[in-house]
Design a protein around this ligand. Structure first.
Ligand SMILES: Nc1ncnc2c1ncn2[C@@H]1O[C@H](COP(=O)(O)OP(=O)(O)O)[C@@H](O)[C@H]1O
Ligand SMILES: [Mg+2]
Length: 369
């Protein structure tokens, strides 16, 4: 039930009647006998729960008053009262924003209708307030969530930045150590390790410079990786001058990008080391999309092939570590790896997943052989 209502009617007798009969029900009624003073009374009584107004009054009528009240912030519902059983007026009043429409009679029995309408209006108001409060709460929760998500993304970028810097530092230390090593085998091992660390560092660099910390643009990543490889070998005589990359734009999970980067690093390093024992030739890295979550990487050269001319050199220095890394990373990517080698060149293709199902990730997390 409403506690306090405002009843506006130019018939002072009816005002008194409504005040008396609703007063008996425990509802406080304030009254006014014209529209303008009704608005004034409403202004003086902000605790009024509901306004009831006579439709026809000299001066400011019920229809216009309804509109004026509804324009106020946090306004109470308005119930229109009229002497005429006129459905057109009822519709017009409801259209003007009235909550309800009550027809009065001379005996004053309509106060029961009025009371019922007040009850309904009070219940509707309570529900509207509860709904507004709930909506406000949802909004606040969403704002909180968005702020947290933004903060988390920022932290992730910060962490990736630091990891990237640290890996870069390790790569630099390995390069210095490699340059300082007197033994050729040690030199080579250290330089191989540098390449592997750089491949991982490059993913982290891509993660902190992008908005999205959940995925890496693989094509851009490979571009940077290939550039790193070119730069690191140019000091040793420009062996990768003919290294080319042709990659379709695509995104992958960061750990998949790392695995792919390790594979590219191994395959390119191998092509550089073994494909061209004499004069260096072309090395092509190609990345193509193959369905929603699948892509194919191939690394090709026009060199001497696996079991031919390079064998003598291979036997002397091969560790087989590269193949092991390629296959361990391939497992992570659920990859199908194919080697194709002839005296006219070697091609390795790796068909792999761009993103892993979370369950599969843990399933393939067994230690690499
Ligand atoms: N592109 C290539 N052309 C010719 N031979 C290759 C090529 N890639 C790999 N090989 C051969 O495969 C061997 C194994 O390579 P890998 O497992 O990476 O070990 P490592 O690089 O330490 O020798 C190499 O020693 C080499 O004989
Ligand atoms: Mg190798």
């Amino acid at each position: 039930m409403p506690r306090k209502v405002l009843y506006i009617d130019d018939d002072a007798g009816l005002c008194a009647l409504v005040k008396r009969s609703l007063g008996r029900e425990g509802i406080e009624v304030v009254t006014a006998t014209d529209g303008e003073s009704g608005l004034k009374v409403l202004g003086d009584n902000p605790d009024v729960d509901i306004v009831a107004v006579d439709l026809y009054m000299p001066g400011l009528g019920g229809m216009e008053l309804t509109e004026r009240v509804n324009a106020m912030p946090n306004h109470p519902p308005v119930i229109v009262v009229t002497g005429a059983q006129d459905s057109r007026m009822a519709v017009a009043a409801l259209k003007a924003g009235a909550f309800d429409y009550v027809v009065k009679d001379v005996q004053g029995d309509f106060t029961y209708l009025l009371k019922a309408s007040f009850q309904a209006a009070a219940a509707a108001m309570r529900m509207r307030r509860a709904k507004e409060a709930a909506e406000e709460e949802v909004r606040a929760a969403r704002d909180r969530f968005e702020a947290l998500a933004a903060e988390r993304a920022l932290l992730m970028r910060e962490v990736n930045h630091r990891v990237g810097n640290s890996l870069q530092l390790i790569a630099s230390l390995l390069t210095i150590q490699s340059n300082a090593a007197a033994n050729a085998e040690v030199k080579e091992a250290l330089s191989d390790a540098t390449g592997r660390v750089m491949a991982v560092a490059q993913v982290h660099r891509r993660l902190y410079t992008s908005d999205d910390v959940q995925s890496v643009a693989v094509d851009l990543y490979l571009e940077a990786l290939v550039e790193d490889l070119r730069r690191s070998t140019s000091a040793e005589g420009g062996g990768l001058a003919q290294l080319t990359l042709q990659a379709e734009p695509m995104a992958a999970a960061p750990d998949h990008a790392v695995a792919l980067g390790m594979i590219v690093n191994e395959l390119v390093t191998n092509a550089l080391k073994y494909a061209y024992p004499d004069e260096k030739g072309a090395i092509r890295v190609i990345l193509k999309r193959d369905g929603d979550n699948r892509a194919v990487l191939s690394v090709e050269d026009d060199g001497v092939g696996n079991s031919f001319g390079a064998a003598a050199h291979a036997k002397a220095t091969s560790t087989g570590l590269g193949q092991r890394i390629v296959h361990a990373m391939g497992d992570k990517l659920r990859a199908r790896i194919e080697h194709d080698s002839s005296p006219h060149g070697t091609r390795v293709t790796v068909a792999f997943d761009l993103f892993g199902a979370p369950a599969l990730k843990t399933a393939t997390a067994k230690p690499a052989a």
